[in-house]
Write a protein that binds this ligand. Structure first.
Ligand SMILES: [Zn+2]
Length: 364
């Protein structure tokens, strides 16, 4: 199995188009056609991670955070990033990062946090915009069913808990082929009227080439009439953070103790405990100060995230409890998520959970 085949599986879970614009995701070091000997899954790629990969015969590191983030102009070993990249290249170790693509996946980082906490009725906290496209095509009425089904099978027509969603209108199409044409219906040089069906359906942006290939393969015309448009609609299953509920309200201090236990925390930095009981909970793995307003707006009793600064805590404003559990701590189960997912898909070689704690922050 090649690196590309392994990363294709990851991208079924978290397509790279889900990633934020500022990010640097995908294969960062290595050749996609290399045969994989083993996969090491880690939150961060450090020198000790590369050493671990070498020792465990894994030539592919799947890292949550990208080691190359701001671009490299020189690779001389002058800083930790360059040293790690040199070590990986010298030892034929490939590095792949998934980062915000997995943050924005409905089965990603925050979903895993929600699962560990035991949240029910979960929803994406900040649904992403710009990820939905729409195909409109015109096809002879007799071919409409077959084409529509093929488009559904390619991933078109999914909305929330529904699949096979489309809208269809029957009408009359006209066309006239020139001397070089080879019309499926009618004769060249003569206008032709055909009973056609207009099919409209939406699809996720990353599926565009697959949808268009399917359209061309299943449409009978020499020239396929179609339109692709980008919608401004929010995608309810793609985006940062999650919000959900506990089965029953729980005493706030009891909940914080539970959180400490489940995430193995030494400390929780939190704003004033303005609620006696907790039921509705928002989570966002990693730096989450940007989503405080979303958590408040969604009516969360508590927002669990990381990297909150002094002034961020003031934003709680007696309307929510803000809880900072630490960046590494909030994302720690992402490794397990990736290992569990890949282990189900791949049986040819080992998918290994890194033993290294890559948290740069220590507590005294
Ligand atoms: Zn992070």
């Amino acid at each position: 199995m090649t690196i590309k085949e392994v990363t294709n599986y990851i991208e079924q879970l978290a397509p790279l188009t889900y990633a934020e614009d500022f990010d640097n995701v995908g294969l960062l070091v290595g050749n996609k056609n290399t045969t994989v000997t083993g996969v090491l899954v880690t939150l961060d790629t450090l020198e000790k991670t590369v050493d671990e990969a070498i020792a465990k015969n894994c030539n592919l590191i799947i890292s949550f955070h990208p080691i190359i983030f701001n671009g490299l102009k020189k690779i001389t070993g002058a800083n930790y990033v360059e040293k790690i990249v040199i070590k990986a290249i010298k030892n034929d170790i490939a590095i792949y990062a998934i980062h915000t693509a997995l943050d924005n996946s409905a089965h990603g980082v925050s979903a895993k946090m929600a699962e560990v906490i035991g949240l029910k009725n979960t929803k994406v906290l900040i649904p992403q915009q710009g990820n939905i496209k729409k195909l409109t095509t015109f096809v002879p009425k007799n071919n409409a069913d077959e084409l529509r089904l093929a488009l559904f099978e390619a991933g078109g027509g999914n909305i929330g808990n529904y699949d096979q969603c489309s809208f269809n209108i029957d009408g009359t199409g006209t066309f006239r082929g020139n001397v070089d044409s080879n019309p499926t219906l009618g004769e060249k040089g003569k206008i032709h009227f055909e009973n056609e069906t207009q099919i409209g359906l939406i699809f996720e942006k990353h599926l565009e080439s697959k949808i268009l290939q399917t359209l061309f393969a299943n449409h009978p015309y020499e020239e396929v009439a179609y339109e692709v448009t980008t919608l401004d609609n929010l995608h309810q299953n793609i985006g940062m953070g999650m919000i959900g509920e506990l089965e029953k309200p729980i005493d706030t201090e009891e909940f914080l103790s539970l959180l400490k236990h489940k995430f193995n925390l030494k400390i929780i930095r939190h704003s004033q405990l303005v609620y006696k009981k907790i039921k509705k909970i928002a989570v966002l793995g990693g730096s989450g100060s940007f989503a405080i307003k979303n958590a408040k707006k969604a009516g969360a009793d508590i927002y669990i995230t990381a990297d909150l600064k002094y002034h961020d805590f003031y934003q709680a404003d007696n309307q929510i409890i803000l809880a900072d559990i630490g960046h590494y701590e909030s994302e720690q189960f992402t490794k397990n998520l990736l290992v569990d997912y890949l282990t189900k898909k791949i049986t040819n070689f080992a998918i290994i959970l890194s033993e290294n704690n890559t948290n740069p922050i220590n507590y005294f």
